[in-house]
Design a protein around this ligand. Sequence first.
Ligand code: BDR
Ligand code: CA
Length: 315
Amino acid sequence: MAKILLFTDPGIDDSISIMYAILHPDLELVGIVTGYGSVKKEQATQNAAYLLQLAGKTDIPIIGGAQGPLSGEAVPYYPEIHGPEGMGPIRPPENLKVNLLNYDEIFKIIDLYANDLIIVSIGRLTELAIAFIIGGDQMKKVKSFYVMGGAFLVPGNVTAMAEANIHGDPIAAELVIEKAKPLTLLPLNVTNQAIVTPELAEYIAKNSDSQFAPLIKPIYQYYYDAYKKNVPGIPGAPFHDVLAISAIINPSIVEYFYRRVRIILDGVAKGQTIADFRPKPDSEPVETIDAIAMKLDYDLFIQDFMNIMTRQVGA
Ligand code: BDR
Ligand code: CA
């Protein structure tokens, strides 16, 4: 059973990722760290708490992450993609109570599951960077890191050059990429292909017996409508963040290149991720090399996704 601590900013594909993690029989979600990104931290927290409540999983701790990037710059939000409250038309109940835990709970979880814990980051990387700043060597107890972020030799999504999670806090991203080992990166190269079509979403909504079933269609529709505006002709909506979790359990779902990753910190290319993909790249110290997913096995992704999303909680 893979134990995961999820750093997230729900967000529509983040919300689906939380559902996927809860429904997956081989995954144990041992904690959620909520931060700013697609929506404000407070909203991200409410959304995560609502999903846990629906699933009857209020025992999973929620820990408060960051309000903004390390640079101190103002945060741009993306209501046009995720909705003003982050889950499209779905709103958590007003009276939802959240027992938000302090940041140091992260280190308690790392200690508790020492050498067995996988950290997955599917939002901005600020809170994970802070964990390295505060935790130092304690972070070596983490078994591995999976990060959704970056775009290599392909266009970005928030700017021509940059993907949203890296662009949102490139300083934090650089720090995480330098310190998190072993690190697997799931960039737009593969996550843009992780497309769920309206027919598949419809199938899940009809065939799911889980408490999440009523949410699937409305949030999918909102997300797909947003993508159709940005990418005319797109056949469905890309569930970027799900792939970062799915790759843990299904290693052959993507093919990797092993390279050093660098990040542009400022200017017109802020947040761009760069690696040397020449057949004979410059040699780099082995400790700087990360796994970059560059090719997706789409059939495997969809098979697994459909199978998990039509399960029941705890089945
Ligand atoms: C990333 O940005 C957000 O919109 C998604 O949730 C994902 O984490 C994709 O660039
Ligand atoms: Ca996200």
